[in-house]
Structures are given as structure tokens and as C-alpha cells.
Design a protein around this ligand. Sequence first.
Ligand SMILES: [Zn+2]
Length: 398
Amino acid sequence: MHRELPQPQPQPQNHHPSASFDSRCEMSHKMTWRNPNYYSAKKGIVKANERNKSNGNRGLQTKVSSVETVESEINSVEKVQPKQCKYWITGNCVLGDKCKDLHSSQCGSGFTVLTKLQGHDKAISGVALPSGCDKLFSAGEDKCIRTWDCNSGQCVGSFHIDDDIGCLINEGPWVFVGLRNSVKAWNFQTQAEFSLNGFVGQVHCLIADNDLLFAGIEDGIILVWKWCSETNTLKPTAMLKGHNGAICSFIIGAKKLYSGSKDHTIRAWDLETLQCVQILSGHTGDVTSLLCWDCYLLSASLDNTIKIWATTESGIIEVVSELKECGFLTLRGIHDVEDKPILLCSCSDNTVRLYDLPSFEERGRIFTRGEAKVVETGVDRLFFIGDATGDMTVCRLQ
Ligand SMILES: [Zn+2]
């Protein structure tokens, strides 16, 4: 597997899956996105609702409505959505400047599309940029893992995996690949590698935290492994049951693991006891992505909403607000050059939208050839979009 991968880097060896987590330069930002300090919730987002209402529809490309006001907002006029010209894409729009649709692959401001990485010929299923590594890793449904030189943008290595690749993540120096019936782990510093087997089903999502690794399987089960420092590998520890549909998404925050499923629910699991502490119902479609921001949990769904959850004083997590637009696929958080939080959302209409938080005002959007299941953030305000055609777009926030 490592034959065509980059040579070991002259860096301190460390086998712990999350060893370099604490040393990440983006640490403070990561805390903001992953560790909500639940309590005193509601304020920010609800204020945003009030502002949106008082603005009428001026500048409202998005419609954020608290659950209580959903009905009263149904009658409000929606702003015309920017649309990319389909003739321009194929190079033959006869209307030229008179065309009312966009002749561009982006609109809005505050970000730059830097380059496209082309090599995969099927949907991208994961992108990882391990800290301290100058290579970007990408995986696709073409069963190929590619490595890219971050400086030149050239593909410098590729290898075939004879299996369906459901996801690819990194944690510290480790890259984990979710396959059918197994998870492969590879350390880019030491070249150590191992496989986790002994289960049946496609791995759709993975997340690592401290010494635990979680895998979401197509039958709704979450598998848990714990790092064993004696053997330098991961040991099966638990099997979390409860979901009635495939696990699509994970996030860890406030000492809990949250899992989003095709059964339309989110489950909150206590990270110490590994017990389910709450089932979050409300979505009417697959819960495709989860994100923690400030004191909120954000959940994206194919039911055309992003729901914003917060913990009440009684300790129950409930919806405090929602954004209704289109099918949402992936959420990621990033900060701009002024340190303002920006939400990146890929949507089922082949766009990736950038929203300012907490107002949810749209800053712009990037049009992709296919649905972008993968959006990943890197250092220096970089973010990567991987779409269903196999295109990868590299962007930078300003
Ligand atoms: Zn046109």
C-alpha cells in the first residue's frame, strides 16, 4: 500500500492516532468548531432571526427561522437565487453579456478559487490534509487514493484499493480509510499501517478523538476502537446500537459523540460511558453532516434544512433555529482573515455556499459540476471541494 507514497518525513515518531492534535496551529479554531460550551444558548442565533425579520427580505439570500416562526415566514418572498448558465458551462451561450444567468463558476466575494485537481474519474469520497504533511490525500469511488503535492498541485502518487472507499480522514499523522468490511490506517510519518477487520458492512464515516476511533456502518451500528499503546494498534472496544439506518455523519463536541443517520435522527453518546444520552428527532431526511459551533450543534439534512440545536437549562438538546434552502450534504467551519466564522455548506444543487455566522447571510457560492459530498478545510484558510464527477477544487478564504 505504501509503495508509491511519500517517503517518511524527518519528524518525531509518534504512533498515537491523535498525538499531534494538541499541537495543531489551528487548535483554537478547532476548539470553537468542536467543543461547544453548552449553556446560555439561544441568544446569538435567535438574535439573527430577529434581525432577518426586521430586514424584511433585503439582502436575505437565506431564510433563517426559529421553529416558532416557521409558519409566519412561509409567505415571505424568497430572493432570486443566483443561477449558473448551463450553456456557458459547455462554452456556447449565444446571449453573451445579455444572459441573465451567471457566466462564472462562482459568485459573491471574500474567497478565491485557486485551482482544480483533476485525476479521479468518479465521485470524491474523502480528502485529508494531515498536519505537518505537504501532501493532500484524496479518495474516490474510482477505488483510487491519490496524493497531491500541496505546492505544485500535481498528483505525485496514486494507488488502487480493491474495495469501495466510503470515507477518508486524518487525525494527527494518521490517515484512516473506511472500506467495505474494514478500516485501513496508515501513518504518513512512520509508514506504519494496519487494518481493522472483523465486521461486515460499508464504513460511511469515521471520526477520531483522543484514543478512540469511531466507524459508522451501513447497518446503523457504530464500531469503537481504543488505542492500545502496548501493541501500537487499535483494539475493538464497543458496538453502539440504536440507529435504524446507515450512519452518515459524526461530530464530537462537549464530551459527546453525535451520530447522524439515514433514519433521520441524531443520537448523542456520552464519550465516557458510550451510552446514548439523547435521540434528536426533527429531521425528515438523511442527516448528512454535523458540526459544532460555539454553543450550538448544526445538522444538515436532505430534508432541505440545517437545524441549529442547543442545550436547554434542563440539559435537553432541542432545535432553536433552522435554515431552509435545499438539500444539504456537508458542513464545515472555517475562519476568514478577520477571524470571522464562516460556514461552508455543500448543497444538492451543485453549489457550495458560504454563510457568515451567526447571521447566516450568504457571502457567496461556488458552482461545481456534480454534487459535492466532500468539503474539507486545511491550514491558511484553504478549503477543498470534492464533487461527484471526481473534480477537486481548491479555494482560499480571504
Ligand atoms: Zn448564458
